[in-house]
Design a protein around this ligand. Sequence first.
Ligand code: AMP
Length: 471
Amino acid sequence: MWDGFREECGVFAIHGHPEAANLVYLGLYALQHRGQESAGICSSDGEMIHSHKAMGHVAEIFTPEVLRALPGRQAIGHTRYSTAGETVLVNAQPFSVACNKGRIAVAHNGNIINAAELRRELERNGSIFQSSSDTEVILHLVACSRERTLAGALREALLQLEGAFSLVFLAEDRVIVARDPHGFRPLAVGQMELSGGEKGYVFSSETCAFDLINAVYLYDVEPGEMVMAGPEGLTRERYAPARDHAYCVFEHVYFSRPDSIVFGRSVSESREMLGRLLARECPAEADVVVPVPDSGVAAAIGYADESGIPFRHALIRNHYVGRTFIEPSQAIRDFGVKLKLNPIRRLLEGKRVVLVDDSIVRGTTSRKIVRMVRSAGAREVHLRVSCPPTISPCYYGVDTPTRRELIAANSTVEEIRRFVEADSLGYLSMDALRQAVADERGEYCYACYTGVYPTELVHLEDLLASKPRKA
Ligand code: AMP
């Protein structure tokens, strides 16, 4: 069944470095938060493309032996998380093929919303697909193109795609990256100085990966732009006509790391501002401000600073919870949340608590956390959310459930408050969200909060409603 929807992912690429695969490994390590299900690296030694993909975390997959088998001066990598696609290795990226344009590999962050139509047409013309991922469509389009050069074929393929894509391609001697004309997902360009004055070029979903490898952040790939790193150096080309920009605001609210610069803006600055504005719009009479770690930390710091209420790290997160944890057969209430979070009773007992988190999706986790804080002795729990109510699913690469499962799509704020069992509940306004990300020119996508989508979606909602989901 076609189920290649909504993948949260990170991409990384490097050109012109003798230790290309090692550096991609480090890049992916810094992007691990963007996807924990599978990871892969493809490298090129100038003739062959070498590939290794597996399920699991980057640090487990890429042992020294595996990395030694990925030679060459250029490489790309991908880390993937998908609740929607099948959780199988065939969907792990990068994908690679040998076609009349040579050997190529691709890795993708985003979601191509017309992939099902393109796939049907390609299959009618004889293409045979190996995965259920929307990304594979791109390789087939490139292979089918009558253009003689790879860059020409890529241009032709990209112009047929609708939706969100930040792509990294690997060819025998070059790396080509591209961003969709709306610029939904981030993609940054960096540079590394090599010994002898040579330069290596790096590309990453987030700039935190550059910091780890001592690369310098140069600029973002522009929406509708293709950037090529080859033997001739770095070249930039606009492949698509300009469209309205639609940068995903959720990258700043939740998804990206706070130490990254995303869409030219510090994520940490946005998050702190979200918290400050939240304190102004939704004040509370309270004794402590407590974040839901990690996602609520920066906003809670902003809230505490602005309100003058002391900040306390009263919920401690265990970062080492594996995906394959075996639940005990004996039922323990709220076990899933207890595995990840534990309250510090000393900081909560008898206190009126402002609990700050970045979002409420279904409301079930939030309710468990409110209960946990209360059972640790809190007298009152005032939940504050550093974004507006999430009322619409994302079709551009963030994992959100269908509208039916989104609590704010079907309930009032008061009904949600009752569901999560908080004493009060406050969400940030749309105006404040715009202000927090400094969106003066209307360049962000807010579809999950407004239901107004920057592209046509047609029948996607029906398809999603009928699609099986992992719990
Ligand atoms: P719930 O109360 O069940 O809606 O869960 C809310 C929690 O889910 C918050 O702590 C969010 O940080 C987290 N969250 C929101 N969106 C996502 C997402 N796309 N992927 C993973 N976690 C998310």
